[in-house]
Design a protein around this ligand. Structure first.
Ligand SMILES: CC1=C(CCC(=O)O)c2cc3nc(cc4[nH]c(cc5[nH]c(cc1n2)c(C)c5CCC(=O)O)c(CCC(=O)O)c4C)C(CCC(=O)O)=C3C
Ligand SMILES: [Fe+2]
Length: 417
């Protein structure tokens, strides 16, 4: 089997000389909140009322999200683990921005960087949109920018799963003994519009499948650790957008209420969809969902997130190592993984928006393969290749790569969809 080739012309067995930590960003003071929210929601049809509501969540925490400090801690841990490889950090929605990080890498002479995105699951927001942001950053920086490759999704990597298992076990131990054994595990992730969920991954539906896969292996390992099988389910938090648009359900509050109504006495909320305790976790779960549970007499504990767990930090180093060396093991604990190294054309794309970097070349540019950093793309205009979603064969990009780089066609590409 060969692996798909990305814009840099490489799947695995490639050389990278830096790591770029790619994340969401968050406000660091009250005056940042509205500009941040405008960055997040630009062009996305999020109603003003929802913005005001979310701004109030941030206000409650002094206008400061925990996310940037958590990324600073992760950055420090990654620098220590990866030294002497330099590690950079850039965000989608707040300083330090991705374009600044890419510009700094160019100034430092970085030729190719592996991008670690702080999102474990396939979705437009968690994967594709970051690749579009990287393409925009490359475009902004211009010639001489480093090539960028994106590390694979890690939802079922042991470096992510094992720390989550520990957190579930710890959370269970905080529940009253009388109800502990019957506690349900409620795995939560960010809600998505149904259309985005349907378009996630190369063949669609990956977000929900990967969530169930990760939740399933975590629940299984928790059972092995505590000696009791806990029933589990997936629920969603932080629904946004206009009410007329259908989003993934159930909402975590509805799920907890239904559990209580059905006679359940205890639950552990497991924020598997987030790698650290940011606003959705400390507000939407710790305040709102916990209130919902308490009001109904449901004993509830919230499991921790991976944060800077040494196994999670080691996982990032391993993901870099497996891209550099084809012989490196690619651990995956569920049947859904290991995820692809290079997102194929249309991966996580709910409707042909912007060119995306760190994927196959046709995703980057309207007229065939281009080297990342020297894109001929026109942001905002759908690329030709992307318009062919339901027409031309979807492995077009791979064929282009075949001709250009002499690599063979990938059998993992979804050509026979
Ligand atoms: C899948 C997913 C992840 C996980 C993957 C990843 O990590 O990327 C994620 C992460 C995050 N989302 C965050 C914050 C926000 N998300 C919003 C809006 C939205 N998120 C969406 C999805 C996701 N979001 C969607 C479909 C929307 C609707 C608008 C749109 O289509 O874009 C809004 C606007 C207000 C609102 O509508 O709620 C805010 C403020 C923060 C920072 C938290 C902090 O500050 O600590 C983080 C890490
Ligand atoms: Fe993707």
């Amino acid at each position: 089997m060969t692996v798909p080739t990305d814009a840099a012309g490489h799947g695995r067995g490639i050389d990278v000389d830096a790591l770029l930590l790619v994340s969401f960003g968050g406000p660091e003071g009250p005056e940042d909140v509205l500009p941040f929210l405008r960055n997040v929601t630009r062009g996305r049809g999020v109603p003003e009322a929802r913005l005001a509501e979310v701004a109030a969540h941030y206000d409650r925490f002094g206008g400061r999200s925990p996310i940037n400090d958590q990324n600073r801690a992760l950055l420090a841990a990654l620098r220590e683990r990866l030294a002497p490889m330099p590690v950079y950090w850039g965000n989608r929605n707040w300083q330090p921005y991705l374009a600044d990080a890419v510009a700094r890498m160019r100034a430092d002479g970085v030729r190719r960087a592996a991008c670690f995105v702080t999102s474990a699951f396939a979705s437009y927001s968690g994967c594709r949109q970051y690749r579009e942001d990287l393409a925009a950053a490359l475009e902004q920086v211009g010639p001489g920018a480093p090539d960028l490759v994106k590390l694979r999704l890690f939802f079922d990597h042991p470096g992510f799963v094992e720390p989550m298992v520990d957190h579930c076990v710890r959370a269970l131990a905080t529940l009253p003994v009388a109800v502990r054994d019957e506690a349900r595990l409620v795995f939560t992730a960010h809600a998505l519009p149904r259309s985005q969920a349907a378009a996630s991954g190369p063949d669609g539906g990956a977000y929900e499948r990967q969530l169930r896969a990760a939740a399933g292996v975590i629940a299984q390992r928790v059972a092995a650790r505590v000696g009791t099988r806990h029933e589990w389910q997936v629920a969603y938090c932080s629904r946004s957008g206009p009410p007329s648009v259908p989003w993934l359900e159930p909402d975590v509050n509805d799920a907890l209420a239904a559990l209580a109504d059905g006679g359940a006495r205890a639950a552990v909320i497991v924020p598997v969809g987030f790698v650290s305790d940011h606003m959705e976790v400390v507000y939407d779960l710790d305040v709102e969902a916990v209130r919902t549970a308490s009001e109904r007499g449901l004993a509830v504990a919230r499991a921790g997130t991976v944060g800077t767990d040494p196994r999670f930090v080691a996982m990032v180093a391993d993901l870099v190592a497996e891209r550099r060396s084809p012989e490196w093991e690619r651990p995956a604990l569920s049947g859904e993984g290991p995820s692809h190294d290079v997102c194929p054309l249309h991966c996580c794309d709910p409707g042909a928006r912007r060119p995306a970097a760190a994927g196959v070349p046709a995703d980057l540019c309207a007229h065939g393969p281009a080297r990342s950093g020297v894109t001929a793309s026109q942001p905002g205009r759908p690329a030709n290749a992307e318009r062919s979603r339901h027409g031309e064969p979807r492995n077009e990009a791979t064929i282009l790569v075949d001709e250009r780089a002499g690599t063979s066609r990938s059998d993992s590409h979804p050509a026979g969809e």
